[in-house]
Write a new protein. Structure first.
Length: 287
């Protein structure tokens, strides 16, 4: 990982946001629970028939989270109440082989027991993999991070911090958080048909040298929440990124190679408990 202060602007411009990816067929649908499901299918004769389900940033809290003027999602929810039901329903409908989580599980440490009970209820035959977000790392002030790692393990999730997991078909490389951590990409020890970089913050991907990012077919990120508040024709009013709106939300391709970046708006909220024109979502990728 380079020092962000030395990242050249032309390197960032290698990313192109698109609604029609070259290597993926994109679609979306609203599930009965109201959760918006973004679907991507790899356009390749070497497809394995496998799929992964990705969700991020639930930011579980016991106060209401409000969702206004959105095409999907309930008007409001508290705790794991709607989130857990929506995710379990989505998994029952899509039957993914793998389950990936992009970080920022809770807003308050007191929410961990309910949040981990929810996480333990989510299963996939190929495994469940997670990375920490900045809010997860921030909880260290009240709870040692080793206890958070142990809680994920007991819930059946493998927390990847600058580490990889692979079964030969899918490789998932998970990084440490960009804001409260030191993300690193170490040389892979295994080959796989489809290679995913799982990292909480898209700024991690933006600052990777091309030769490191091109080892992966797809990077999955969250953190920005799509801005939480979006305006028609403009998008996010605010995006938690060093590059403001450049990586606020959506699907991005590198102009010079096949690797792609997907930034999900996630489910929850942080700075204010409100989403406007920014429905809670999850992602399904068939490869």
């Amino acid at each position: 990982m380079p020092d962000y202060r030395s990242v050249p602007e032309n390197s960032l411009r290698q990313f192109r946001r698109t609604t029609r990816p070259r290597r993926f067929r994109a679609a979306e649908r609203i599930l009965p629970s109201g959760l918006l499901l973004k679907e991507y299918e790899v356009l390749s004769p070497e497809r394995t028939g496998r799929s992964l389900f990705f969700f991020t940033d639930p930011h579980i809290r016991f106060q209401p989270t409000h969702n206004f003027f959105s095409s999907a999602g309930p008007g409001s929810w508290t705790g794991t109440q709607w989130i857990g039901t929506a995710l379990r329903e989505a998994l029952a409908m899509t039957h993914p082989d793998y389950l990936l989580f992009g970080g920022d599980l809770v807003t308050y440490t007191v929410c961990y027991p309910a949040a981990m009970e929810m996480m333990a209820s989510l299963k996939a035959p190929g495994g469940c993999f997670a990375v920490p977000g900045n809010w997860d790392k921030r909880r260290r002030k009240w709870l040692p991070f080793r206890e958070i790692e142990r809680a994920f393990e007991q819930a059946g999730w493998q927390l990847l911090v600058n580490a990889e997991a692979s079964d030969g078909t899918l490789l998932v490389y998970g990084t440490d958080d960009y804001k409260i951590g030191i993300p690193r990409i170490y040389p892979s020890r295994t080959d796989a048909v489809f290679r995913v970089l799982l990292t909480h913050n898209p700024d991690t991907v933006a600052e990777l040298p091309p030769e490191e990012f091109e080892k992966f077919d797809l990077a999955l990120c969250g953190h920005t929440h799509g801005g939480q508040i979006r305006l028609p024709g403009f998008g996010a009013l605010r995006a938690s990124s060093r590059y403001w709106k450049r990586f606020e939300y959506g699907f991005y391709e590198r102009k010079s190679g096949p690797s792609a970046l997907l930034v999900s708006s996630g489910i929850g909220t942080t700075w204010i408990p409100v989403r406007i024109l920014c429905p809670p979502e999850a992602v399904l990728v068939r490869f």
